[in-house]
Design a protein around this ligand. Structure first.
Ligand code: ADP
Ligand code: MG
Ligand code: MG
Length: 211
């Protein structure tokens, strides 16, 4: 049922909060090289806000769909920056694949992830090669579509997260053209995009703890 799904989603958001707290300094360090250095803080605040909103929604008796909308709104508000707005929008888009009065299947989960990535593409307007999280999200989505057989959401997401990690690491070879990094241009060469790295970290967490 939706309440069970909502409880699992809240659990995943707790794990997102924990991993972002662990990675905060490193993500900030990477963002400081070519960006403004706040990506670790943005992800830490955003996931913390989302996890707290999910707990409140659970206590209010919310189903999966409502919980994800509230978590997404809280993520954007708590994080502040570009990536927070995109992650918040992704959660809100993912919410629409869930119902407040019905359970989910492995396919629902994969569709939710797809909807979230679509939202990032639509809201951010970035394409592959712009040195953003999209450079991890697009290969991730393709790998997920290949790996998903209809009932292995967790394993498929985990294997696609490995592809996302390699793609994120490979962004070190591109010069930034979008986001705040663009004003500093070539300074980003040799350093991966922080948002691509955090995307791969969160998808690894999702794949590991979905089951
Ligand atoms: P800000 O750039 O506002 O300081 P963050 O540091 O939290 O926000 O996030 C930076 C990350 O956001 C970048 O590393 C990149 O992955 C992602 N990003 C920035 N602009 C876009 C965009 N237009 N589309 C997709 N992702 C983007
Ligand atoms: Mg930043
Ligand atoms: Mg900033």
């Amino acid at each position: 049922e939706s309440r069970e799904v909502a409880t699992r989603i809240a659990g995943v958001l707790d794990l997102f909060e924990a991993v972002c707290a662990r990675e905060e300094a490193e993500l900030g360090r990477i963002d400081a090289i070519a960006g403004d250095g706040d990506h670790g803080q943005g992800m830490a605040y955003g996931t913390k806000g989302a996890a707290a909103a999910a707990k409140t929604a659970l206590a209010d008796g919310a189903g999966a769909r409502t919980l994800l909308v509230r978590a997404g709104e809280a993520w954007s508000e708590s994080a502040g920056g570009t990536s927070g707005a995109l992650w918040g929008g992704a959660l809100i888009a993912a919410a629409s694949t869930f119902a407040d009065d019905a359970g989910s299947s492995p396919r629902t989960i994969v569709e939710a992830v797809d909807a979230g990535i679509d939202a990032v593409l639509r809201l951010g307007g970035a394409t592959e090669g712009d040195k953003t999280m999209v450079d991890a999200a697009i290969p991730f989505r393709a790998a997920l579509a290949d790996a998903f057989t209809g009932d292995n959401a967790s394993a498929a997401i985990l294997s696609a997260a490995g592809v996302a990690r390699s793609a994120a690491d490979a962004t070190a070879d591109i010069t930034a053209s979008l986001g705040r990094a663009r004003v500093l241009g070539d300074k980003s060469l040799g350093t991966p995009d922080p948002g691509a790295i955090s995307f791969s970290i969160l998808m690894t967490e999702l794949g590991q703890h979905l089951a």
